[in-house]
Design a protein around this ligand. Structure first.
Ligand SMILES: C[S@@+](CC[C@H](N)C(=O)[O-])C[C@H]1O[C@@H](n2cnc3c(N)ncnc32)[C@H](O)[C@@H]1O
Length: 349
């Protein structure tokens, strides 16, 4: 298995190529990255047979910024009929898997193929189980079949605890009807990505305090209030009336870059559309000065060299905190609900 397939947001193929090539170089894995524009995926072709596995064993998937899903494996051409037989034959060279996901790419062709995948999944699952290739719940990697068309599939595997949490890395989050803006899902997705579910009750606990910079109309504030967290919502724009009536929200018509809470808070979140360097500096200040314990901040991406720019900003944050002697975990991901942006999460340790 020489190929590592990575899914991404359409238009971000070059960023995935840059990021995975950077990581491969760090790990001394020889190979090259390639991608077609707007294909919503990239491939890293390793020179050595075990290269893709070595990359997956040495990298944490959740730490990759631009990849939504990954799998090591090979492409397989499928006939028009008797696809299952051909798949089974090829899979005899793969380990027995513990779960099965059928995936498509985030393109228009992919959307059309998802109907085919839905119909194909049950008979395939049955055949794999009967052939002993799939033992659900047992040890073994997840089998990830990425269909590029009805005639071509990437037969891949990935460890379930080191790959996307949702098929194709797309979270199935329900838009809460009472939330005042669709951006609300961005913060919810960030929490899913950066905070293990079993820690939510401790790290997003009722009675905590938060500052929401650039809060109007209140989608992010709604998420915090939904967990009974008290929010200082900072924005010159109006806040949703129902949120203000919750008794948990104070509205501050002020500049988010100058605002400082009188006492340190548990959370700072910021969705202000500004130059990424300015938001990154804000993040470093809040965590560095101990104004908050955890933070989620959006970084809008530049037009070019987007991976290089994000990497530079993350290094600058890390260096700034190191100079202050502050220890913090730093995470960054282009979430499904992010467009031309990435989401950063910092936590003081
Ligand atoms: C993308 S919107 C935020 C949406 C919000 N997170 C939600 O979920 O409803 C960006 C907001 O930042 C505000 N903003 C822009 N510059 C700001 C600044 N310097 N200080 C405070 N707010 C600012 C804008 O007024 C706008 O409401």
């Amino acid at each position: 298995m020489k190929t590592l397939l990575l899914h991404c947001r359409p238009g971000f193929e070059n960023e995935v190529c840059a990021e995975i090539s950077d990581q491969a170089a760090r790990l001394d894995v020889v190979g090259y990255a390639k991608a077609k524009p707007n294909s919503a995926c990239a491939e890293f072709i390793c020179s050595d047979e075990g290269g893709a596995e070595r990359m997956m064993r040495n990298l944490r998937f959740s730490r990759l910024i631009f990849a939504r899903q990954w799998a090591r494996g090979e492409y397989l051409a499928l006939p028009e009929t008797y696809r299952i037989g051909v798949l089974l034959e090829q899979l005899s060279a793969y380990p027995v898997c513990s779960s099965l996901w059928l995936e498509v790419l985030d393109t228009n062709d992919g959307k059309e193929l998802s109907t085919f995948c839905r119909k194909f999944e049950a008979p395939l699952r049955k055949a794999l189980t009967q052939a002993g290739r799939l033992k659900e719940g047992a040890d073994g990697p997840r089998l990830l079949l990425t269909f590029k068309s009805g005639r071509e599939v990437f037969l891949g595997i990935a460890e379930a605890d080191n790959s996307a949490m949702w098929p194709m890395g797309i979270p199935r989050l329900k838009f809460p009807r009472q939330a005042p803006s669709r951006s609300t899902l961005k913060l919810e997705e960030a929490w899913h990505h950066f905070i293990p579910r079993e820690q939510w009750d401790q790290r997003l606990a009722a009675g905590m305090t938060a500052v929401d910079l650039g809060a109007s109309p209140g989608g992010w504030t709604w998420q915090l209030v939904n967990r009974d967290i008290e929010v200082m919502a900072v924005d010159n724009g109006p806040m949703n009336e129902e949120l203000l009536e919750s008794g948990l929200v104070g509205h501050y018509r002020a500049d988010g870059f100058a605002f400082r809470p009188k006492r340190a808070v548990d959370w700072m979140v910021c969705d202000i559309v500004e130059k990424p360097a300015k938001n990154a500096a804000l993040l470093e200040t809040w965590i560095g000065e101990g104004l908050c314990r955890e933070a989620v901040v959006n970084l809008k991406l530049p037009m070019k060299q987007r991976y290089a720019e994000v990497k530079r900003l993350l290094e600058r944050i890390a260096d700034g905190l190191a100079e202050r002697g502050v220890k913090a975990s730093i995470g960054c991901k282009q979430l499904y609900h992010d467009r031309e942006e990435v989401t950063c999460h910092l936590r003081r340790l």
